[in-house]
Design a protein around this ligand. Structure first.
Ligand SMILES: *Cc1c(COP(=O)(O)O)cnc(C)c1O
Length: 242
């Protein structure tokens, strides 16, 4: 059987090693366990093993999970959000990482205020300007941020990106660096980047949130996003390294 506790500890150890290598404090990096398609029992095991946050990509699926599990740790939305689901999202999630258009930011703000909540948000950036992917073109980030910075119900805390699929973790580095430069240019705190196959490189480039699914829960049914963990000698989720 898949040992979730061991996987969580392995990923945490890999995060610590990656931080040590580049002189960062591991407490600056939030591990988000991506629990999309994962059943409640295994999510509970991950929470018991100490994951500090959970990530889901569909509002409906998250709604059902939150109804049962509650909020033992914060829930992050990491998948694209239709405007007509903003009401549910503003009630369920502590952070919406996929804010990718002005209209959505305003709707989340309105719905969060109506629910008496303040929701954190990240602006999602389409670094590769890939038409099939969500996210703002890098050139629009500043203008959008200026218009949402003062919202009361949605607080934009940083940037998030899913870089184009590349053959190995090192090849993602220029995208991670670009996101950090953008973040620095607009003066935000958080950088959500890096998944199972490349989170160590992302940490080296300044990630403050890494989104790790496969390396914690094992392979998902159906096509996933990103490279499998352990694809290159430098990367790997640390589940078998010590
Ligand atoms: C599924 C998903 C992840 C996790 O991917 P793994 O390769 O399984 O770690 C991270 N970010 C987003 C946006 C995802 O949809």
């Amino acid at each position: 059987m898949l040992d979730i506790r061991q996987n969580v500890e392995g990923v945490q150890a890999a995060i610590e090693r990656a931080c040590r290598r580049c002189g960062r404090d591991p407490r600056e990096v939030l591990l988000i366990a991506v629990s999309k398609t994962v059943d409640l029992e295994r999510i509970r095991l991950a929470v018991e093993a100490g994951v500090p946050a959970l990530g889901e990509n569909r509002v409906q699926e998250a709604k059902e999970k939150v109804a049962t599990l509650g909020h033992p740790v914060p829930w992050h939305l990491i998948g694209s959000l239709q405007t007509n689901k903003a009401r549910d999202a503003a009630r369920i999630f502590d952070c919406v990482q996929s804010v990718d258009r002005l209209e959505l930011a305003h709707e989340l703000d309105r719905r969060a205020q109506a629910a008496g909540r303040v929701v954190d948000g990240l602006l999602q950036v389409n670094l590769g300007e890939e038409p099939q992917k969500g996210g703002l073109p890098p050139a629009e980030v500043k203008a959008v941020l200026d218009q949402v910075a003062a919202l009361q119900g949605l607080r934009i805390r940083g940037l998030m990106a899913i870089p184009p699929l590349v053959p190995d973790a090192e090849a993602a580095r220029p995208y991670f660096r670009r996101l950090r430069e953008l973040r620095d240019a607009v003066g935000l705190e958080h950088l959500s980047m890096g998944m199972s196959g490349d989170f160590e490189v992302a940490i080296d480039e300044g990630a403050t949130m890494v989104r790790v699914g496969t390396a914690i829960f094992g392979p998902r049914q159906g096509p996933g996003l990103g490279r499998p963990p352990g694809g290159s000698p430098e990367s790997g989720a640390g589940v078998s390294q010590r």
